[in-house]
Design a protein around this ligand. Sequence first.
Ligand SMILES: NC(=O)c1ccc[n+]([C@@H]2O[C@H](COP(=O)([O-])OP(=O)(O)OC[C@H]3O[C@@H](n4cnc5c(N)ncnc54)[C@H](OP(=O)(O)O)[C@@H]3O)[C@@H](O)[C@H]2O)c1
Length: 373
Amino acid sequence: MFTHPVLTPFAGLARKPRPRASVWCDRRYTFQTCQHSNPRQTNDRITMKFRILGRTGVQVSPLCFGTMSFGGDADEKASAAMYRACRDTGINFYDTANQYSSGRSEQILGELIQGHREELVLATKCANPTGRDINARGLSRRHITRAAEDSLKRLKTDRVEVFYLHQPDPATPLEESMRALEDLVRAGKILYPAISNHSAWQTQQAIDIQKAHGWAALQAVQPMYNLVKRQAEVEILPMAEANGLSVLPYSPAAGGVLSGKYSQQEKPTIGRLYSNPRYKDRYGEAWVHETAANFAAFCKNRGVHPVSMAVAWVGAHPAVTAPVIGARSVEQLQASLDSLKIDMTPALRAELSALSRTPPPATDRLEEVIQPK
Ligand SMILES: NC(=O)c1ccc[n+]([C@@H]2O[C@H](COP(=O)([O-])OP(=O)(O)OC[C@H]3O[C@@H](n4cnc5c(N)ncnc54)[C@H](OP(=O)(O)O)[C@@H]3O)[C@@H](O)[C@H]2O)c1
C-alpha cells in the first residue's frame, strides 16, 4: 500500500455537503431526480441524476461518453454498440475531437446521432494537427474557425454545445483564440466555449479576457484526473469551482491502468499502454502500477470492478460534473456505466484516496494539510 495517508484528501478545498436527492439550488444538480430522460430504458437499476453544465442551465448526465476509440480501437459496429449502451443507460452527453482517428470519430458519431440530435449535448475540440499544412493546427483564429466548421460537417449538425481548445498553443496569444470562440458563439456554430489541458492560470487568463470584452464565458474545463493523476486537485479544480465551471475529467480509469490488468500475472496482449508510447510514458512510474495493484485488490475484496470504482471516485469529487468515460467494447464500457450504481461515500472515497499519492498544496506548506495523529 502506498504510504502517504497522512495527507487529507482534497486538502485545501472547502467541503460542500453532497445532496442526495432533489436539490435545485446546487448548480451541479437539476431540480429533478429521475430514472433518465430516455424512454428506451433498459437498465432500471441505474438512477440518473442530471447535473447543470457550468452556468448554462443545460442538463447533462453524470457521465459523459468519450468517443476517442471510434474509428480506431473500436470499428463502426463496436462504436454503434457502445453508443446504444450509453443511450440505453440515459447518457445524453457525448465527447469527441477533430483529431480522434483523423476525424473518423466525429463522422461515426455524426451518423449515430441522426434522428435524435436534439436530445444530446455534444462536445468537440480543436488544436491538434488536422493536416500537413503548417497552419492546419493550433489556436489561431484562422485554424479555430476552419476546424469548427469542419467538425460540424463531420458531425452532420448545425452547432455543437461545447467546443474545447484541446491544448494550449504557445505561438498564439490567448486573446486571438478567445475572440475566435466569441465569433463562433455569435455565429451560432458553438454554444459554450471550453478549455482542456490548460493550467489553472491559463484558464483564469482566458476567463479574464472574456470578462474584459463581455464575451461569452467559458463553461467547462476538461483536465486529466484519476486516482493516480491528481495534480488537478491542487489548482484546476478549486479554480473551476471559484469560477462556476463544469469539470469534465478525462481518463477516469487512467487509460486502463486502474483496471488492474497491467499488474496481473497474465498480462493482456492488447491495451493502450502497449499500443501508445505516450500513455506508456504518462503512466510509467513504478508507484503508479503499485497503486493500481493495491487499488485492484481493494476492489476485488469488495466485489466491485476496479473501473467502476475508479470512475465513481472521480465523479464524487465535489468539483466534478461528469467524468468522461472511454472504452473499446461494450464489455469494457459496462464497468464504467456501473460506476453509477456505487454509493461513493466521503469515507469510501477517503479510503481509496489513501491508496494513492495526495499532491502537496499549491503553497507546498505540507504542515497545513497533515491530519492530526
Ligand atoms: N482532452 C484530452 O486531451 C483527452 C485525452 C484523452 C481522452 N479524452 C476524452 O476522454 C475519453 C475517455 O478517456 P480515456 O479513454 O482515457 O478513459 P479511461 O476510462 O481512463 O480509459 C479507457 C480505456 O481503458 C481501458 N478500459 C476501459 N474499461 C476497461 C475495462 N472494463 N477493463 C479493461 N480495460 C478497460 C480501455 O483501453 P485498452 O483496451 O486499450 O486497455 C479503454 O479504452 C476519451 O474517449 C476522450 O473523449 C480527452
